[in-house]
Design a protein around this ligand. Sequence first.
Ligand code: ZN
Length: 383
Amino acid sequence: MILPIRAFGDPVLKKVAKDIEPGHPGLKQLIADMFETMYAASGVGLAAPQVGQSIRLFIVDASPFAEDEDGEPTEDAHLKDFKRVFINPYIVEEEGAEWAFEEGCLSIPNIREDVTRPPRIVLQYQDEKFKEHEEEFDGFAARVIQHEHDHLDGILFTDHLTPFATHSAEGKTARHQHGQDRGEVQDALPQMTQPTMMKQFVATIALAALVACGGTAKEDAPKKDDGVMPAAEMVGRIRAMEDTLFADSLFNRRGAQTLLDVYKAFAKAHPMDTMAPEYLFRAAGMAKGLGQPQESIQYYDRIIKDYSRWRRLADTYYLRAFTIDSDLGEKGRAKTAYEEVIAKFPDHRFAKDARAMIDNLQYTDEELIEKFKKMNAEAEAKK
Ligand code: ZN
């Protein structure tokens, strides 16, 4: 039976999964269903939390990688039979220089990002007969296991994307150091990079995911020449476009672009409607997600100019500054933009974030990594 795959935002994906005992009820059927679900979704790995079960179980079938033209022949042969069930798995060692690879996730449809991970791991686990194993994995096999193992700890690959990663490739290596507990590093990270910003960054990705399946809606998009569709009807259609994401796991960048166009069309057709600034705001997030920061900033500018009393104006100012900072890398302009946040919303939580971001602007990427490492070491020493 194909099981529904839980999507980004579902709390089960953020939980740390529990060990299971031999004789766990329905385990055999669950494993069979998970394989069926994974194949139906063209995935190479699936963890139990992704089908709503917070237990330490994941399956992989990396044989599609065996057909990867870039793969080495020996690895190909190895991966061809790499179909496994892992129960109560724990990574006990990670080693080697981290390497980047574009990852996707069945729970975050349509989003693929480079994630860096160490190339070799040692995994302790039990097979479907609960026989104990300790085994070394490398290359793609290690990569898939690391991704699925993360799911059991409530970690999604988007959690690995820090603002560092947006600044420089070297920044990614600061994500976690050899032999260090990843959880500790992640705990320490927000102190410097600001949790709000992390949230906004992930929210942008989630937003892009949310709209990425509106591809068939092109015909539905309001046409200027046909007169103006009433606001309520348009809102309904936009909602339907947004909702279809979770029913469709195919990548559709054009769909995202289409929805962005529809948001814009709404703001143009119904500028006085309460949803107009909201949709402009979503359009800005989406443009950022689609790699169009200049356009994103234009939407923020427009909200600031035309909707100066909108309830989410502080968010607008902050995200505008953050986009200038992270996507355009224009430090001087970013500083001015952050200062505006502080001046206009001195008591808002974003003012605090903006101060920290201004503080970070004085460092080069390399210095930020050093600072981050030092903070990590200090946090470590305190324990
Ligand atoms: Zn995943």
